[in-house]
Each structure stands twice: as C-alpha cells, then as structure tokens.
Design a binder for this molecule. Structure first.
Ligand SMILES: [Fe+2]
Ligand SMILES: [Fe+2]
Length: 231
C-alpha cells in the first residue's frame, strides 16, 4: 500500500473519521481505513514511520489538482494514449538498436556498434521519461510487451541483412518515425501542458541527433567506397 500511495495514482477521499483510497486504475482495489486506527494498526504505523502523514496526503491531493487543471486545457486521456504509443515505440527502438549492435558486420562495424550501444541507452532513458510522465498524469504505462506492436506506429522489423548499411538505413527510418511522433506530442501540448511539451521537445532533439549520427555513418561509408573504387 505504501508503494501504491507513493506512486500518486490514487484518489483520496477524506472525512473526519475515515480515509478512502480510491485507485484510478483497475489494477488496485479501493481501500478504506479509519483514522482512529492509525496509531494501533501496524500496517499504518509503518506508513506513518515512512513519513506518510497528513502533509503527504495533502501533497497527493495537490498532484491530483494539477491533472484537473490540465483537463481543462487538453484531452488528458488522449495525451496518455499518445505517450503510451511513444513508450511502446521507445522499447521497440531500444530492442532494434540492441539487436543491431549484436549482429552488425561490414563497413565501420566497430564504430557503428558503439553508436548503436549509445542509442540503446538513450532510448531506454526516453522510455523512462515517458513512463514517469504517464504516471504523473494518473495513467498506467503500457504493462504488457505484447501491446507494444499494437500501440506502436513506428514498427520493429527484424533485420533481414546484418551489414552495417542495411542496419543504419533501418534505424534511420525508425528515427524519422520517432521524430514525427514527438513533433505531434509537442504540438498537442504546446502552450497547454508545459511539462509534457518540454519532455517531447527534449526527446525530439535527441531523435534528430540520432538520425544525424546514422546519416553521417552512411555518408562516410559511401565516401570510403567511392575513394576505394577510384584507386
Ligand atoms: Fe527515443
Ligand atoms: Fe532514437
């Protein structure tokens, strides 16, 4: 219950005698406890020892208010859906780079492998940013990996060729798809949800950088081939 409260995903209904913790998702059941039992009940003594006091409860109510404010400005449910689609795409991008780094061969193999490994970590960080924001918005990050393919617009296609040029081109296509995704989220939240907009712009800048990194390798490999053939 402590973890559940700390995620800030609950509605708290407080009266003089009792507090009802009402989950906003189907994965947890409502829970009611009587305030006078707080000092006697071991479970809630533990909560109190973990600084879950009235100040914390009020803080959670304030967090809920911030979502209410957003609801007056944009469709929060739609935003959560877009963020979950982006989250699914990030995990697929993560896997695509991870697999690519494992199997890549051919021109500039070691350099391309290092680049892919760098991107793996950055895609994971993007996933973390999105999941954190979904929770702040009182949504649930996509829980089942099987849903990734259903939600993602930027698909993962298993590599057919392991040469560096093919893998670089596959990832360029994925980065372009990701760029469109974050442009859309930034447009949707612009001037309304400053926090999500900042996150979208931050990730967008990194996806643009990823695309540029990959294009640079493709250009370098093409130049190397050309100069080799001219000799
Ligand atoms: Fe990403
Ligand atoms: Fe990327």
């Amino acid at each position: 219950m402590l973890n559940a409260l700390e995620t800030g995903k609950r509605n708290l209904i407080c009266s003089n005698k009792q507090i009802i913790i009402q989950p906003t998702t189907a994965i947890l059941r409502p829970f009611t406890f009587v305030k006078s039992d707080l000092s006697q009940n071991k479970r809630f003594s533990a909560l109190l020892n973990n600084q879950l006091n009235i100040y914390n409860l009020n803080f959670k109510i304030m967090a809920r208010e911030s979502v209410k404010i957003l609801q007056g400005k944009l469709d929060v449910e739609s935003l959560i859906s877009q963020l979950n689609a982006a989250l699914a795409e990030e995990w697929l991008a993560y896997y695509q780079y991870w697999v690519g780094a494992l199997v890549v061969e051919g021109a500039m193999r070691a350099d391309v492998q290092s680049e892919f490994e760098e991107h793996v970590e950055e895609e994971r960080k993007h996933a973390q940013l999105l999941a954190n924001r979904i929770i702040e918005l009182e949504g649930v990050p996509v829980l089942d990996p099987k849903k990734w393919f259903e939600l993602a617009r930027c698909k993962y296609d298993a590599p057919q060729e392991f040469d560096s040029i093919s893998l670089l081109k596959d990832n360029v296509a994925s980065e372009r798809c990701a760029i469109l995704r974050y442009q859309e989220i930034a447009d949707f939240t612009n001037g309304k949800d400053f926090t999500t907009c900042d996150i979208a712009k931050h990730i967008l800048a990194e996806e643009e950088e990823h695309e540029q990194d990959l294009q640079d390798y493709l250009t370098d490999i093409a130049r190397m081939k050309k100069s080799f053939l001219e000799k």
